[in-house]
Design a protein around this ligand. Structure first.
Ligand SMILES: [Zn+2]
Ligand SMILES: [Zn+2]
Length: 1204
């Protein structure tokens, strides 16, 4: 594939306007056909276009043009030609845009399609463009093709030097020359000569007149006697060469009186030909006239009075050129109009992308994508361009795309150069080297460096592999570990270290650098095989190390007599300590080394030097009254959304900040009756949970006190929040979780609630993983047991049959292949994709669980479940009523902290999606029994979390449902309540039943619509029928033309069939239109049923957002500040006010960001329950006891006193 950058049409046009063939040498390159050299950010900014270059203003030469008409679309045989002349330098331009595609059904680029503008690649021709003698005044011609896959456009640009050279003009207009001519005329003509010399404008004017006559020949006007007085004093004999070059001819003639006279004859050009045909003598004359026109207009009006031809001001052809190139109204950034002619240049990064500074963000992304497509080799540079422009523009759309690209491994030049340097090469050279050579260099280098550097160099090699799109290099980067020794050294281990420690180092390495996961896994695999350790294999399988760890971080610190872990240590001093300890007690060498490694990594994590990337907040917000941003640690922006959300829940925040007053006493007595999520809480679990709360407290204090605009959540906090807390301690007495699920990149794959015993049916049932057939079945069994306790039939007797508990959600997605050991890795990949989507919801559940485990309860709920602040804020009591066809109902109540809804593949209001969950539905699992269920809220928590199931498993793959959920700023929950103040249960139930009937109708219609709109051919049924009628018609015609049947296969002709089909197509189309109408009106009717049910208003508080695909993307959160009445967007380190509210409530047209979680807060308590801003920034030199790590880094560095 060719690897050559291109230019979007607007860019090419801009370059054309500044390209001056006369000064090409000065520019150092051909501005039109070449891309600018890659910007060197460290060099002095330099001008791309020499100041002397003409900024052309092209004027139309209509008679030579085929102009596009306004509003006309080019067709399969369109060719536009814009002929023009620059009114400043008089160079001529022929711009030929050729759309001819010889009927290959191509689609030229145009606005509002995937290819909104052309992207031109210069096609080098084989003949030289320059004059061999260095003369710049020679014609140039350049050919470009559009790079869009189905765009046929070929562009030819021809530039021709002026017909009149500077010298010609001097001869024609210089006053000295004119005076001399007058004198010569007087000598020759005597009395007949004029008294006054010719004006400079006259030569041009006369010439113009002659040429006009030449183009419109009239009898008797073709001959000019040289002795004509005007001619003599204006041209004399000086201008012969000019006249001849224009096609004038001269001759000696004998007058009637016998005298010899010299005469000139006007040129005799051929008649006008089609503008697209070759240049003729006529073209030369037309060009000359255009130039004369320009030259004459260049005289001040006083000096050109009385010229023969009333001057018609030439018309600029900029619009025609833009229209022909399809960039008349490309998508511009909203700011004052483009400035094609300004001498001020765009930042070179724009030119790098073949774009202009006035491009809108989406168009810039298009330009970027085109460059990446045609010139992958330079992708790091293009990425850098995009990155820097995103920063410069402070555009969240661009920044999101940059973030997504970065998460996919895209790197910029700096990173790539660093990567090459790391393995001892220079980027500039390496680009010309083969993959094999680079790998051999890398291997050679591995021999001389230590294990820690080796790891890093593999990471760097991976970057190179990614940039070169080389699978071979990427493979080399991840599979470099082959032997047991290599595996140990990669993990910084020694043979004496235990399996436990192998697992610890694995986790640490992966935490430090998520991208090293593949290598780390390989290393542990090798160790597991070598040692034949089932525990390590299990660890790889499910992310859990069974049994107790030999040493934890606290112990490690204790071993070295270090009391204050929060303090940053001088690691060299620490190493000296270690050596001293080992000398004193060589038998415990392994133990000390382990402890040292643990402390080392703990220190690295806790005291990382602050991010020096030097991000400047886009808009300056007051430090002391604006929320802080959370820097992204690893691939976890959903975590930041969750943390920011929690911070704004005031009672929760206050509790965490004062957590020491609320922590549960960890003693067997205190924990004996404690139940969280229907599970007993072991001391280990409580301790873990309390560690988490302490970490969260630290973060919250940072968020309040940080003297900066951002804080960095600790990796430890993330690990605790993401880890499946129970797994470590509960594993012994729980059935092992499905071994194929475990942790992926440290994130739990199952719902955070302990799976088998889950009280909150919907919470865990809704984890995507439960869509796996097996686990659904398992969960149903367990819920069945649970149902036994609670179930009562309407007649009061326990429901002896005890049917399986109905799932509180729509039917599971189609089954996926059963995971086998071999298929594990691919399944894990799928799961990883799924898990990523659900993270925000899961992590929130996990955190609620941790908080409840950590704190003291203030009562008990059903089944001994601990009542506490978390329950009171987030958990609603929801009853599922199950109805069998014989009218028996049974019900079951559960506490749940969220509702899971589906967008349902169509844009609709939130109510409609909630209705799906709550209203009467047939139980898929129970089809035979024809049972159905609905749900009621018995008690609604003041904070309602609604999770949106965005991932759908369809046709063998996971896709994202991007349908829009319309949000109201106030949501009335009345219709889901059992009863309200104004509407007792019976009344509400009657309304509900009315609604269910309508919904039934809705469902039928949806099926009808599906049949009408979805056919196997990806077109609607009516279109299919219509197409068929066309086909038949064509057949019939072809048959008529042939007059005989050629073979037996011809379609039999039924008279009238074509018409019937066409009518039918029309009917179908009407039908589907009316269905859509009816769907809409039923939606409205359903909504109106509950019009006056407004006892339970909830106000929109926050929305978790995601942009990307099922495979990954970027998360952020919108949070409403009820005190200030504004919305903010929390996007990792940036917290910005949302300026246009439509960003939140409306859907974008392309790759829309979608809501994944929606939070409403009880209307009358919104102020009390939420508070978006709590800030009290401390100055840097005041070190807070609990929040010191963050800033201590600034001051410490080697300055820590170390007790000997
Ligand atoms: Zn010019
Ligand atoms: Zn195109």
């Amino acid at each position: 594939m060719s690897s050559k950058p291109g230019k979007t049409a607007p860019r090419l046009l801009q370059d054309l306007v500044t390209y001056d063939p006369r000064y090409e040498e000065r520019a150092g390159r051909n501005l039109l056909t070449t891309a600018p050299p890659h910007l060197d950010p460290s060099a002095e900014p330099s001008r791309q276009v020499p100041i002397r270059n003409c900024r052309h203003i092209f004027m139309a030469k209509d008679e030579q043009s085929v102009r596009p008409k306004a509003g006309e679309d080019p067709s399969h045989d369109t060719v536009y030609k814009i002929a023009a002349v620059c009114s400043k330098c008089r160079w001529h331009l022929d711009l030929l845009v050729d759309f001819r595609d010889y009927n290959s059904e191509n689609k030229p680029c145009r606005t509002n399609t995937d290819y909104p503008v052309h992207h031109f690649i210069y096609q080098e021709d084989n003949y030289p463009q320059r004059d061999p003698f260095g003369n710049q005044n020679v014609p140039r011609s350049y050919r470009f093709l559009c790079s869009a896959p189905s765009c046929p456009v070929e562009l030819k640009i021809r530039l021709l030097p002026p017909r009149f050279s500077e010298q010609d003009i001097t001869i024609l207009t210089n006053k000295m020359h004119l005076r001399r001519r007058l004198e010569t005329a007087r000598q020759l003509g005597g009395d007949r000569a004029d008294a006054h010399m010719a004006r400079p404008v006259d030569a041009l004017d006369f010439l113009n007149t002659y040429l006009t006559d030449a183009l419109n020949p009239q009898k008797g006007k073709s001959r000019i006697p040289l002795l004509n007085r005007k001619f003599l004093k204006t041209f004399g004999k000086d201008c012969d060469k000019i006249l001849r070059s224009l096609g004038f001819t001269n001759a000696q003639e004998t007058e009637e009186d016998g005298t010899q006279v010299e005469v000139w004859y006007l040129p005799k050009p051929p008649p006008p030909s089609h503008p697209l045909s070759y240049d003729t003598e006529r073209t030369v004359i037309e060009d000359a006239r255009h130039e004369l026109n320009i030259l004459i207009l260049g005289f001040p009006e006083s000096e050109r009075s009385g010229v023969r031809h009333p001057m018609i001001p030439p018309q600029p052809s900029a619009h025609d050129i833009e229209r022909a190139l399809g960039c008349l109204d490309y998508d511009r950034k909203s700011r004052p109009a483009a400035r094609h002619l300004s001498y001020e240049e765009d930042h070179p990064y724009y030119a790098g992308l073949g774009a202009l500074g006035d491009f809108s963000d989406p168009l810039l992304l298009f330009a970027f994508a085109r460059q990446m497509q045609v010139d992958l080799k330079n992708s790091p540079y293009y990425f850098e361009c995009l990155q820097e422009i995103a920063k410069g523009r402070k555009s969240s759309l661009l920044e999101e795309n940059v973030a997504i690209l970065a998460s996919q491994g895209q790197c910029n030049r700096k990173e790539l150069a660093a990567a090459y340097r790391f393995i001892g090469m220079e980027m500039e050279h390496a680009q010309h080297l083969s993959d094999d050579f680079i790998i051999s260099q890398f291997r050679a280098r591995l021999q001389d460096i230590g294990p820690s550097q080796a790891e890093e160099s593999r990471v760097q090699l991976r970057i190179i592999g990614q940039a070169r799109q080389s699978e071979q290099i990427k493979r080399e980067a991840s599979d470099a570990i082959e032997t047991y020794d290599q595996a140990l050294s990669w993990l910084d281990l020694e043979a004496a270290h235990s399996d436990e420690f192998v697992a610890i180092m694995f986790t640490i390495k992966v935490n430090e650098k998520a991208s090293s996961k593949a290598i780390a896994t390989r290393a542990v695999q090798i160790i597991a095989e070598y040692r034949n350790s089932q525990r390590l294999r299990d660890f790889l399988e499910n992310g859990i190390m069974q049994g107790n760890a030999e040493m934890d971080v606290a112990e490690a610190y204790a071993l070295f007599d270090i009391n204050n872990r929060a303090e940053a240590l001088d690691l060299e001093v620490l190493q000296a300590h270690k050596d001293a300890y080992i000398q004193g007690n060589p038998a415990s060498k392994t133990k000390y080394e382990q402890a040292y490694a643990l402390i080392y990594t703990d220190q690295k994590e806790c005291h990382k030097v602050q991010n020096q990337s030097g991000y400047v907040p886009r808009k300056q917000y007051p430090l002391d009254s604006w929320p802080v941003g959370c820097q992204n640690i690893g691939n976890t922006c959903y975590l930041n959304s969750v943390l920011q959300f929690l911070f704004t829940i005031k009672p929760l925040r206050d509790m965490v900040l004062n957590c020491n007053e609320h922590l549960e006493e960890i003693s067997p007595e205190a924990l004996a009756t404690k139940r969280v999520g229907r599970m007993p809480v072991t001391p280990e679990k409580a301790e873990k949970a309390q560690q988490f709360v302490q970490e969260l407290k630290k973060l919250f204090q940072h968020m309040i006190n940080a003297p900066t605009t951002t804080v960095r959540p600790e990796t430890k906090l993330a690990a605790l929040a993401l880890a499946k807390t129970d797994a470590l301690v509960e594993v012994a007495d729980q059935p092992a979780p499905d071994p194929s699920l475990g942790q992926i990149e440290g994130k739990p794959i199952m719902g955070p609630m302990p799976k088998p015993d889950g009280l909150t049916g919907s919470t865990q049932a809704d984890s995507v993983m439960d869509d796996d057939n097996d686990s659904t079945a398992a969960e149903m069994d367990i819920e069945e047991d649970y149902t036994k306790d609670l179930n009562t039939t309407t007649d009061g007797r326990p429901d002896a049959v005890s049917m399986p508990q109905p799932p509180s959600r729509p039917p599971p997605v189609p089954p996926r292949p059963q995971a086998t050991a071999e298929a594990n890795s691919t399944l894990k990949k799928t799961i990883e994709g799924l898990a990523e989507q659900q993270d925000a919801a899961e992590i929130l559940n996990n955190i609620f669980d941790l908080l409840s485990c950590a704190i003291e309860g203030n009562g008990t709920l059903r089944d001994g479940e601990q009542d506490d602040l978390i329950k009171q804020l987030f958990f609603s009591d929801v009853t599922t009523v199950r109805i069998t066809p014989d009218g028996k109902t049974s019900s079951n109540s559960a506490l749940q902290d969220n509702y899971m809804i589906s967008p349902g593949h169509r844009n609709r209001p939130l109510y409609a999606a909630l209705d799906d969950e709550f209203s009467l539905t047939e139980l898929e699992s129970d089809k035979a029994a024809k049972a159905s269920k609905f749900e009621l809220i018995d008690h609604a928590s003041p904070i309602q979390i609604i999770n949106v199931r965005r991932l759908v498993y369809e046709g063998g793959r996971t896709i994202k449902d991007e349908s829009h959920l319309g949000l109201d700023s106030t949501l009335y929950l009345d219709r889901y309540f059992r009863g309200t103040r104004s509407h007792p249960e019976e009344e509400l139930q009657a309304l509900r039943e009315k609604q269910w009937n309508l919904q039934q109708r809705l469902k039928t219609l949806e099926c009808d619509k599906k049949r009408l709109t979805e056919t196997a051919h990806k077109i609607s049924l009516s279109e299919a029928v219509e197409e068929t009628s066309h086909l038949l018609e064509n057949h019939a015609r072809a048959d008529e033309a042939n007059l005989i049947d050629l073979d037996e296969d011809t379609v039999p002709v039924y008279p009238g069939l074509v018409t019937q089909l066409r009518d039918r197509a029309g009917e179908l189309q009407n039908k589907s239109r009316s269905i859509v109408e009816e769907l809409k009106s039923i939606d409205e009717e359903i909504n109106s049923i509950f019009m006056d049910c407004k006892d339970q208003p909830y106000r929109l508080h926050s929305i978790f957002m995601h942009r990307g695909t099922a495979a990954g993307g970027h998360y952020w959160i919108f949070i409403h500040d009820f005190q200030k009445g504004i919305w903010r967007k929390y996007n990792d380190e940036y917290v910005d006010e949302v300026e246009s509210i439509s960003d939140i409530f409306e859907q974008e047209a392309r790759n829309p960001a979608t809501s994944t979680g929606i939070v409403y807060v009880q209307a009358n308590r919104a102020d009390e329950l939420t508070e978006a801003v709590r800030r009290d920034p401390q100055r840097v030199d005041i070190v807070m006891k609990d929040a010191e790590e963050q800033y201590e880094d600034i001051q410490i560095i080697n300055g820590v006193e170390q007790s000997p």
